[in-house]
Design a protein around this ligand. Structure first.
Ligand SMILES: NC(=O)c1ccc[n+]([C@@H]2O[C@H](COP(=O)([O-])OP(=O)(O)OC[C@H]3O[C@@H](n4cnc5c(N)ncnc54)[C@H](O)[C@@H]3O)[C@@H](O)[C@H]2O)c1
Length: 351
């Protein structure tokens, strides 16, 4: 059993504690931390966590317990100080996406974890679903040949689905597209070279900043990804991972992943359309732990055995997804000009 301290029991952190952590048998929760008494009280009253496992600071929890792993479920600006403190205390870490606010912060944490031989994982929960894992495998095996063009559509209507981050500086690119950018790298097993991006707001939208955008991403292997995302779509919603059309020499791979609520898992689908043959919907493999349970189980496995299961997203790997996100934001600020990834991440750490 891997002994875990969870830090951050706000809206999303509470959901981790309530619906994710209890499903991962390999972890033993030794402490729950939040600076706000109200957040600690909610965990005590609604989840029955005893007073002895609740702490107001990570310092106090580190002092009182002998944990292996710190799970940081905090807002992005709090990730760097908390993860740094955990690594300096010799603890392995799993942290919510997006990894950090800046590349420099991420780099410092990646280097610190490497120096100390500690696991540092970013919880990119969309990786832990059968459809993107299968699409990645089909592409790696060149099942339909070389990939030239990928189209990704993401549509949701934030005002009617309980969205709450209206003031985020980059609600599409930093809060949502980071999942899609990270999946692009995992599915294509390729690294982006440059991106051109535009984002915008709509008249009367509740967002303070830009909830809609388009991006063109050029990958090192020559594949071009055309991405369109909207938090303010009046059309039919896509699943959270979006709808992917992957155009190959010998046909098309189509997939979608991560439904809503009870449909989370069931909506995953992969369709293979070889040229001149009928389309075939593929049977998907079972994934024992999916979504955030998948990331937590993967982190626990890495800590316990040193093995990194499929979909594992180390800090060193994830800094490249963060760089694509930062380059997209920069491109937007420059009116859609192409931004090379090496402008924001000139010297990527080894994966
Ligand atoms: N992966 C996903 O699909 C997904 C979905 C929603 C949210 N998120 C992420 O979850 C994160 C958290 O969002 P939220 O809605 O829970 O935020 P929130 O503001 O509701 O909660 C943050 C909590 O952290 C506590 N906190 C802050 N600094 C602390 C510190 N140093 N020590 C202890 N406690 C501290 C606050 O008191 C608060 O209770 C965000 O980064 C968001 O991107 C991810």
């Amino acid at each position: 059993m891997v002994k875990v301290i969870q830090v951050g029991l706000g809206h999303w952190g509470f959901d981790w504690a309530q619906s994710v952590i209890p499903t991962v048998e390999s972890v033993d929760m030794v402490a729950y931390v939040d600076g706000a008494a109200e957040a600690r009280d909610r965990v005590a009253t609604m989840l029955g966590v005893e007073e002895g496992r609740l702490y107001a600071s990570l310092d106090a929890a580190l002092e009182a317990t002998d944990a292996d792993l710190v799970l940081a479920t905090l807002r992005t600006e709090a990730h760097h100080p908390v993860v740094r403190q955990a690594l300096l205390a010799g603890k392995h870490v799993i942290v919510e996406k997006p990894f950090t606010t800046t590349i420099a912060e991420a780099r410092e944490l990646v280097d610190l974890a490497a120096e100390r031989g500690l696991v540092l994982m970013v919880s990119q929960n969309y990786r832990h679903y059968p459809a993107p894992l299968m699409a990645a495998d089909l592409i790696a095996r060149q099942a339909l040949g070389h990939v030239s063009l990928v189209g990704i559509e993401f549509r949701q209507h934030a005002p009617t689905i309980g969205y709450r981050y209206w003031d985020f500086p980059d609600p599409l690119l930093a809060d949502m597209s980071i999942h899609h950018f990270d999946l692009m790298r995992m599915v294509l097993k390729d690294e982006p070279r440059a991106v051109s991006c535009r984002t915008w707001n709509l008249p009367g939208s509740p967002f303070a900043n830009h909830p809609v955008g388009v991006a063109t991403v050029e990958f090192s292997g020559g594949t071009i990804v055309s991405y369109r995302g909207s938090w303010m779509s009046g059309g039919a919603s896509t699943a959270w991972a979006g709808e992917w059309t992957i155009d190959c020499d010998g046909g098309e791979i189509w997939f979608t992943s991560r439904g809503h609520g009870h449909e989370r898992f069931a909506r995953d689908s992969v369709v293979l359309r070889p040229r001149d043959k009928p389309a075939e919907r593929l049977a998907l493999p079972d994934v024992p732990h999916f979504d955030r349970a998948g990331t937590l189980a993967a982190a626990a496995e890495a800590v316990a055995t040193g093995r990194t299961p499929p979909g594992f997203s180390s800090g060193a790997d994830n800094i490249r997804s963060l760089a694509l996100m930062q380059a997209s934001i920069l491109s937007t600020q420059r009116g859609g000009d192409w931004v090379r990834i090496d402008e924001v991440l000139p010297d990527p750490p080894p994966i």
